[in-house]
Write a protein that binds this ligand. Structure first.
Ligand code: PMP
Length: 362
């Protein structure tokens, strides 16, 4: 029998220091924790989709560069002519590809914080130094701090979530432009929440040599399929494509995304409903004593609890049958904060009533 190998002798310390990305068990709860679209498809559309699946050749590898799918993505996302696309198994995989392509001794990656945790998490697994620059108290960009950090650390990559997760706000356009101009490396504007933001840097791509725009279909309503993409100048995407696994977008995902994008109005209707619900949910939160919601351009709302511990409010909401996200456990700027995803009207009502009960201690 081979001798036991100590974990510490093989697994790098920076990996051992991490915690795996935690996903709460949502079984039995109204699920408002993960920024998913709560709506499913009309029955006739599902039947048509099943029909399309019948002819899929599952014995063959997927198309490594699906031209038809890319054309649909370009058209539905307003990708400017001359820009290329790189597809990922969710935008998480694109973040990983970007970081793998630049990783090396002394290379640094920078983002304002708090932000999407996977930028830091994946950078750490690859041994890259991650520089987090605190946002201002109102979650706007602290431009003097950002400019100083960029000058000091000369990052190879800067990630800007636009709108930001978990704060929900859009950074000032002029601040993003200034960061693109100041950064010696690439700036990735992560537009995961594009269907809810009504603002974008997509059409600005041709004006900048070091700007990339990343999107995902997850928030539109296809989170289960795992498809993200990066749009940018062909010279950069050509290099990034070398770290992509050849068959990273599986046959079922390719066929189903094509099918869905051919029926885009179904999803546009759903996201329009969610934007309306976001406004109603914001108002309901604003009218509650001890609760301060932050304005959001995404499909979730961050809110601060005052006079009562956020952890207790979170637990109380959960006892009421609704799962949201306890952002306060990250501490710092997010202390006292919880994040709720915008759901269907009846789900949002369940949440508001669970929150009322939680803060009144019943
Ligand atoms: N970027 C941001 C800002 C996000 O909030 C998320 C998901 N919560 C992602 C990227 C990842 O999206 P996906 O991997 O589902 O495409």
């Amino acid at each position: 029998m081979a001798a036991a190998i100590a974990v510490e002798s093989l697994i790098r310390p920076e990996v051992r220091a991490l915690s795996a990305y935690h996903v709460a068990d949502a079984v039995g709860y109204v699920k408002l924790d993960a920024m998913e679209n709560p709506y499913t498809w009309p029955e006739a559309m599902t039947a048509e989709w099943l029909e399309r699946l019948r002819s899929l050749p599952l014995n063959r590898y997927p198309d490594p560069s699906p031209a038809g799918l890319k054309t649909l993505l370009r058209d539905s996302n307003g990708v400017p002519p001359g820009m290329d696309l790189l597809l990922g198994n969710g935008s998480d995989e694109i973040i990983q590809m970007l970081l793998m392509a630049v990783a090396g001794p002394g290379v640094k990656v920078l983002a304002p914080e708090p932000t999407f945790v996977m930028y830091r998490q994946i950078a750490s697994t690859l041994g890259l130094e991650f520089v987090g620059v605190p946002l201002a108290a109102d979650f706007s960009m602290d431009m003097p701090a950002m400019a100083a950090a960029i000058a000091e650390h000369k990052p190879a990559l800067v990630f800007l979530a636009y709108p930001n997760n978990p704060t929900g706000n859009l950074f000032e356009r002029a601040d993003v432009e200034a960061i693109v101009a100041l950064t010696p490396g690439l700036v990735v504007v992560d537009e995961a929440y594009a269907p809810f933001a009504e603002a974008s840097f997509m059409e600005d791509l041709p004006r900048h040599g070091n700007l990339l725009v990343m999107r995902t279909l997850s928030k539109l309503g296809l989170a289960g399929l795992r498809l993200g993409f990066l749009a940018g100048p062909p010279s950069w995407l050509h290099e990034l494509d070398k770290v992509r696994m050849p068959y990273n977008i599986n046959v079922l995902t390719q066929a189903t995304v094509e099918f869905a994008l051919e029926r885009l109005p179904v999803f546009e209707e759903q996201t329009a409903l969610l934007r309306q619900e976001r406004a109603a949910l914001f108002q309901a939160l604003q009218s509650m004593p001890g609760i301060t919601p932050f304005p959001s351009r995404a499909n979730f709302i961050l809110f601060r609890c005052e006079g009562v511990a956020a952890g207790d409010v979170f637990d109380g909401i959960k006892r009421g049958g609704v799962l949201i996200k306890n952002s306060s456990s990250a501490g710092g700027a997010l202390s006292g904060c919880l994040r709720v995803t915008v759901g269907k009207p009846e789900e949002n009502r369940r949440f508001i009533s669970a929150l009322e009960q939680a803060i009144s201690g019943r």
